[in-house]
Design a binder for this molecule. Sequence first.
Ligand SMILES: Cc1cc2nc3c(=O)[nH]c(=O)nc-3n(C[C@H](O)[C@H](O)[C@H](O)COP(=O)(O)OP(=O)(O)OC[C@H]3O[C@@H](n4cnc5c(N)ncnc54)[C@H](O)[C@@H]3O)c2cc1C
Length: 273
Amino acid sequence: MLRRHGDEAKLIAGGQSLVPMMAMRLLRPAWLIDINEIAALKVVATDGQTVKTGACARQTALERDVAADVRVPLLKQALAWVGHVQTRNRGTVGGSLAHADPCAELPLVAQMLGARLRLRSAKGVRDMAAAEFFTGPMMTAMAPDECLEEIQWPVWQEPRTGSEFTELSVRHGDFAMVAAAAQVALDAGGRCTRAALGLGGVGLTPLAFPGLTARLVGVRPGEKDFDELAQEAAAQCEPGTDQHASASYRRHVARVLAGRALRAAHRRAESVQ
Ligand SMILES: Cc1cc2nc3c(=O)[nH]c(=O)nc-3n(C[C@H](O)[C@H](O)[C@H](O)COP(=O)(O)OP(=O)(O)OC[C@H]3O[C@@H](n4cnc5c(N)ncnc54)[C@H](O)[C@@H]3O)c2cc1C
């Protein structure tokens, strides 16, 4: 159906973003293609390397999956901030990524962890990294005849890994004004072996900072390292101004939240014996 009607059709998954957009007449697709009953798209599976989620897995299903939480705890930490229980009961993991809101939590986790996304069309399958997938606000590299099929979230192998997700919004459950996520891995001596930082709501897409976090590798990071990293990450953001906050306030919040997320992720990693 997408091959035939791609330009004038929309896939409908949980409908938690699409239906409000249709109600506001921001979108008026001629065709709605309902993918809710495709069982193969609802899988949540884990192995040593990845947590795999079918695009149509409900957000609640991922949030409650114990094996996924053990391997990538950041997913559950992020999902706690996504809307409300009711919206997560319907909203899907793939729908959130396909909607590509730069303030949204799951796209931020995908971007900072380097998740891989599998796209399917009548022509076949292609895989891409999250960094290539998000191209702008509500824009992705998906062609009109493609369906997001599966998301692969990488599992960090280091036993001493900690993560944190935090955000600021007008009310809990609202979209984030600014969101920050961090993950830190340490060796037995407390030296950083890997780190990742992401910021949402402060650019056209969710942002990751691999160049900055690479500096933590090999050191026993402390307050000063986290403060400097947060400051530089905030300086690299390009936040906008709207009725809720000015660009400079958003940049300030990005710095504060990035620092908090890094410190909390580091504390969690340190607490693993
Ligand atoms: C009150 C409320 C509060 C919310 N708060 C938040 C929040 O804080 N954070 C947040 O991130 N989200 C929030 N949302 C949005 C929610 O997370 C949605 O579930 C999500 O954005 C879209 O997922 P969905 O399954 O509902 O997709 P849908 O609304 O069905 O679809 C969204 C878009 O993705 C496309 N799409 C869906 N599935 C696929 C696929 N497999 N392949 C290709 N394209 C696809 C659709 O065609 C459509 O363009 C909120 C929603 C509501 C109603």
